[in-house]
Design a protein around this ligand. Sequence first.
Ligand code: NAD
Length: 376
Amino acid sequence: MFTKIRKLLTNTGKRYYFITSKKLGDFSVDKSGVIPAGLADSAKDINKLIGIVGFGNQGKAIYSGITALAGTKVKIICDTDPQKLSDARAKNLLAVDNLDEFIKNLNDVDLVIIATTAPSHIDILSKLLMGYNGKILIEKPLDSSLKKSVELSERLSVNESGRIFINYAKRHLPDLKNVKEIIKSPAVGRINSIHFSIGNGELAMITSHYIDYLKYLLEDSPAKVQAILNKPRQNTRGDQYEDNNGSCTFFYNSGVTAFFDFSSVHTKKDVQIFIKCENGYIFFDEYKGYILIGPDGMPPYIYNSLEQGTTKTSIQRVIADILAHDTPKNKCSFEDATEVVKIIYACHYSSQNNGIPVAIKNDFAEYSSIAELKYP
Ligand SMILES: NC(=O)c1ccc[n+]([C@@H]2O[C@H](COP(=O)([O-])OP(=O)(O)OC[C@H]3O[C@@H](n4cnc5c(N)ncnc54)[C@H](O)[C@@H]3O)[C@@H](O)[C@H]2O)c1
């Protein structure tokens, strides 16, 4: 039975998995390079310059990813904190403390990454759009203000929207792209329900990654959500930030149900995803690093995941996708990320009203009335 699902290593260094059984149909999964050595081959010699706003934990992790990505180089950093500026200068980087000065230095810059905390994202983006014509990658979540997110999404021109990307990196990771390939093949059939067991995580910080991933996987938006959230814990970034543990369920018009457990009953964060399909299931243990495919009537097939999704490796994939293509197929757009913000607000509205089902509407006036959220 195991011979029906074969692993092949080709001499190009690319690995493919094939399900060879006629019954299951054939599919192949591209596993090229565990970490991209650089941009696409054709762009290898190109030196792409990058500017980063925000040199905190994430900004520094992004910087270290870029230094390992051939064909790219950080030109300039902007941060309001003097300590972060000296950290950047210690790495021989040009570093400035205000956005106007930063924008003046962007003539030859191909990509600007906004890696500040969420409440500042849209304000920084709005200013950048006025003085900079290149590509912009924004850390997730898009912003903590639903109002600002929606207002800007309604004002963006096609050109502006086309050059904005949000760093919901799951869409760019080979293991999670492979899950989509398996779903598209006849191996296990269409999805009926999904359980995301996040462990002790937060709604905006961690769970929103998987909310966005579902949009990519299902190519659909939830019709309704229900949530029960706990009181937020103290945030390590400062008392001005709040993010909640809890659980929520999404209902899709297609009949798919998705359940997210990110409750504080767990002592640690460790993500598993269980996808129950019409003719079998897929189980992905993201932290232990393996994927199990269980087609009906066959023994389960297990393979090791290709890479641990650290920021350093995932940012390389995201940047390589953005810089090597005009619009990567798996792009998380401003509109996609606005929808995630909308869903986060809908979860809060549901929780504040004893877990009632809340429709994700276009005007969403109902739940936009709740106080502005303070997640980082
Ligand atoms: N993609 C991921 O997996 C991932 C992982 C961790 C964090 N993040 C996101 O990255 C963002 C940053 O998180 P962090 O942990 O680095 O926070 P942090 O507090 O460590 O760093 C934020 C930095 O931004 C600077 N800053 C804030 N407002 C600014 C402004 N207006 N202009 C210039 N600099 C400003 C601060 O001085 C600080 O140095 C958050 O939105 C977070 O959700 C994403």
